[in-house]
Design a protein around this ligand. Structure first.
Ligand SMILES: [Zn+2]
Length: 358
């Protein structure tokens, strides 16, 4: 089995800026013949495959970027994962990777991992609590003075005590709407909660697109794929909220962004359990990717589409934000967040620039 003792993390300036090629290691000046070494990888329930590997730099080289890989053991995976987490990486390994508190918890060693990006940015905002409050105030368009709780993949991140605890309203909404769906129930990437006041669900994208409903029947245990089935399950069978006050059933658009729709239903339902009607859903995207992929699904404007399914009173509960905007509004110039600024400026995606952050 291939192994590597490399523990270094690679950023934009360490990598070739030319279009990624699987012929060589993307690390500058690397002389290793990566085709002489192969490392295994497996998609969810997929077949094991072998891809070129650089033992000197401990990375697998894929078509669309690289993956930190130190070897096949559990502790090798911990090493690889930590290399992609610049902030609070022990907390992640301890609470998510070791005890399986998260689906696909092993994928945070991917260069293009949305989860690793979300963890780095939001855990670091949490450790500068005023920055997280500032972000919530910006989204809710009013001044928030109380502490904000951060939930990643349904777990409350407590950096001081080193723990992760579940969000009971999320569990209750899941039981109510998705009791028969396993293992992939609805899991908002990021939930920001000011107890009894505000609930914000954030669906974060790094390089990928927002999934849409398809004209296909779901298999047993899967979430619905068709729009009518989604509306049936999440709206009509939902007794936590009166969906008719929120969703405008008359105007369903052709492209139905099912993941964002589920986030809206979950945010409204969880807020109800918090005893509040103040909820928001944010689609957080990458401006740089949207610029590069103009005309492709990754850059489709979605604000109007989503707002068209909301009743007038709720239209502005859905927001579109970019990582770059969060940088401008909350991170830039913040004394405690100089290292997060560095991270966003130097983070790579497919070995090139990840963000439009100057
Ligand atoms: Zn190399």
């Amino acid at each position: 089995m291939p192994k590597s003792t490399c523990t270094i993390s690679f950023y934009r300036n360490d990598l070739h800026q030319t279009k990624l090629s699987r012929d060589r290691c993307p690390v500058k000046n690397c002389q290793i013949d990566i085709h002489r070494h192969k490392a295994p990888f497996q998609r969810y329930k997929g077949q094991m495959r072998y891809v070129p590997f650089c033992p000197e730099h401990g990375i697998r080289v894929h078509n669309n970027g690289f993956v930190y890989y130190n070897g096949p053991s559990k502790s090798d995976l911990e090493t690889s994962t930590k290399r992609n987490l610049m902030f609070h990486n022990d907390h992640y390994v301890e609470n998510f990777l070791r005890n399986g508190n998260k689906l696909e918890s092993k994928r945070l060693c991917y260069e293009n991992s949305e989860d690793a990006l979300s963890y780095n940015v939001f855990a670091q905002l949490l450790s500068n609590g005023d920055a997280l409050r500032h972000l919530v105030s910006y989204i809710a368009r009013r001044r928030i003075v109380d502490d904000v709780d951060l939930y990643l993949w349904g777990g409350k991140i407590d950096l001081k005590n080193g723990t992760v605890t579940k969000y009971p309203p999320l569990d209750r909404v899941r039981q109510h709407l998705e009791g028969d769906i396993k293992p992939f129930g609805t899991e908002p990437d990021i939930i920001l909660v000011v107890p009894k006041q505000v609930v914000i669900c954030i669906e974060a994208k790094f390089g990928s697109k927002n999934p849409i409903a398809e004209d296909k029947e779901a298999r047993e245990g899967e979430k619905p794929k068709r729009m009518d089935r989604l509306l049936e399950r999440y709206c009509r069978r939902n007794t936590l909220i009166d969906y008719r006050t929120i969703i405008d059933g008359e105007k369903m658009p052709k492209l139905f962004y099912e993941q964002l729709f589920r986030n809206i239903i979950f945010a409204a339902s969880m807020a109800k359990l918090e005893g509040s009607d103040d909820w928001y859903v944010v689609n957080l995207r990458n401006q740089h990717v949207m610029n590069v992929k103009r005309g492709k699904p990754e850059s489709m404007p979605i604000l109007r589409n989503i707002r068209s399914i909301l009743k007038p009173r709720y239209k502005k509960r859905f927001l579109h934000l970019t990582w770059e905007e969060i940088f401008e509004k909350v991170i830039k110039g913040h004394d405690g967040l100089a290292n997060l600024t560095w991270y966003l400026k130097n983070k790579s995606l497919a070995c090139g620039r990840a963000f439009n952050v100057l």
